[in-house]
Write a protein that binds this ligand. Structure first.
Ligand code: ADP
Length: 443
């Protein structure tokens, strides 16, 4: 693996707007490739973090750039275009995502490294990480990232036989010009992000762009477990790429502990399909599925103490996501709470019989408590994660439950800066409990 030449984009001029986790690496990466970069963020704090860059608002003054690189979170159409996007559209300047510029940089460097793009409503990160793991196990140089992170323009230059595995949000897909995915994956589609795409048809169209520019030597992997994707599969049949249909219901391989649940069977099926297309043998795939370590905060196994396994599913910030974790365990101690979403935990009622005891934390604990009370689920309101973890361990032992699951069904911002910090804290607390238990010589 190597870096891009410092003169690769000499003479190019880019405006980068939105200096977050994609934009800042984009601005720095383009500058390191010799481009002239004007950077901007409407938020002064983000501008402060970007000192050293040429900070100017491209919505003001002359707009003579080769492209506007707009952060995925900033709209260029709906609900309302950002002023810089309006300028770009008026000037006929393309609005691109960092993935487009990565692709251009790789090809301009003369590398024929292949590109795999993964999209869908759910499971993108897992499929991206799993595919990268399978390729890595097969000895293929691999760089994984984009929406999942690291940002596209902080990935290294790969040789001809390397593979980029990129998680693509619909926002990123709207801003591609020349990217051609050797393997493109659409996992599933359900109503989400409708505000930015107008309606379900607009959302499906944005996602479908992952297959644009594919040729006969490319592969289009499509999940067929939902009606919107089945329509897309039929449309793909009329295009040039080889179409591979995948379903979570069909899987010839055994999945490891880091891939629990039916939803992960779909993710695995997609990763397997692409790995096979890239020449990975079934033996390597089978071993890789077992050794896949999982992603942090998504049903991540932290530690087992005295027969009790602590699982961090902090990414479950709504009831829908928590449901996918709860169905995986017959009997568990549940840690939940934070800032509840509309509808609270009502959708989880059919799974309540699995909960031996619940520990509630955060701002909306009382709302969750009301639902649990109505259905006779025993619980304690403990306020914080610091109190919840030891209380959950005690409950696990007295209730004879092998699982303590943090799957909050709520946002974290009342107590943490994000779900990742909440999950990290849970892991720390569970780890401390494990150490203390060992020091006491077991329990
Ligand atoms: P994304 O990157 O698309 O948000 P992740 O891989 O991070 O997806 O998974 C996030 C959560 O989405 C998981 O914890 C699980 O609850 C749910 N999920 C994952 N894969 C799928 C799938 N194939 N179908 C439905 N839900 C899924």
């Amino acid at each position: 693996m190597s870096t891009f030449a410092p003169t690769l984009f000499s003479g190019k001029r880019y405006a980068v707007v939105g200096l977050g986790k994609n934009g800042l690496p984009a601005a720095l990466g383009l500058r390191a490739m010799g481009a002239e970069v004007t950077a901007w963020d409407d938020n002064p704090a983000s501008r402060d973090a970007a000192s050293g860059l040429d900070l100017r608002d491209p919505a003001e003054g002359k707009f003579d750039y080769d492209a506007l690189v707009l952060s995925p979170g900033i709209p260029h159409r709906l609900p309302k275009p950002h002023p810089a996007a309006e300028r770009a559209i008026a000037a006929g300047v393309p609005i691109l995502s960092d993935v487009e510029l990565l692709f251009q940089a790789v090809r301009a460097s003369g590398s024929r490294a292949r590109f795999a793009g993964i999209t869908g409503t759910n499971g993108k990160s897992t499929t991206t990480a799993l595919l990268a793991h399978l390729l890595d196990r097969a000895g293929v140089p691999v760089a994984a990232g984009a929406n999942l992170g690291p940002a596209a323009l902080s990935l290294p230059l790969l040789p001809h036989h390397g593979v980029y595995v990129l998680e693509m949000s619909s926002y990123m897909l709207e801003r591609l010009a020349s990217v051609r995915f050797d393997a493109a994956v659409m996992l599933n589609l359900s109503a989400d992000h409708i505000d930015r795409h107008g309606d379900m048809a607009g959302y499906a169209m944005a996602k479908r762009a992952i297959f644009d520019r594919q040729r006969s030597e490319d592969v289009a992997v499509i999940g067929v477990d939902d009606p919107a994707c089945r329509d897309i599969a039929a449309w793909l049949d009329t295009g040039p790429a080889r179409v591979v249909r995948i379903s979570g219901a069909e899987n010839a391989f055994t999945l490891g502990a880091a891939l629990p649940g039916a939803h992960n069977a779909q993710n695995a099926a997609a990763a397997i399909a692409v790995a096979r297309c890239f020449g990975v043998s079934d033996d390597v795939i089978a071993a890789g599925l077992l050794s896949y370590p999982g992603l942090p905060h998504r049903q991540q196994r932290i530690v087992t103490v005295d027969g009790v396994t602590f699982i961090n599913d902090s990414k479950a910030t709504n009831a829908d996501a928590a449901e996918r974790a709860l169905v995986c365990y017959d009997r568990l101690i549940w840690i939940a709470g934070g800032m509840a979403k509309q509808g609270g935990i009502e959708p989880l009622v059919p799974l309540f019989r699995r909960i031996a005891h619940a520990l509630l934390i955060g701002r909306d604990a009382a709302d969750l408590a009301a639902t649990l009370t109505r259905h006779g689920v025993p619980f304690d309101m403990v306020g914080t994660l610091e109190a919840a973890v030891p209380a959950a361990f005690a409950a696990a032992r007295s209730e004879n439950s092998p699982i303590v699951l943090l799957s909050p069904a709520c946002a974290s911002f009342d107590q943490f800066t994000g779900y990742d910090r909440r999950g990290d804290r849970f892991a720390e607390l569970a780890g401390a409990l494990a150490t203390a238990t060992v020091q006491q010589g077991g329990v």
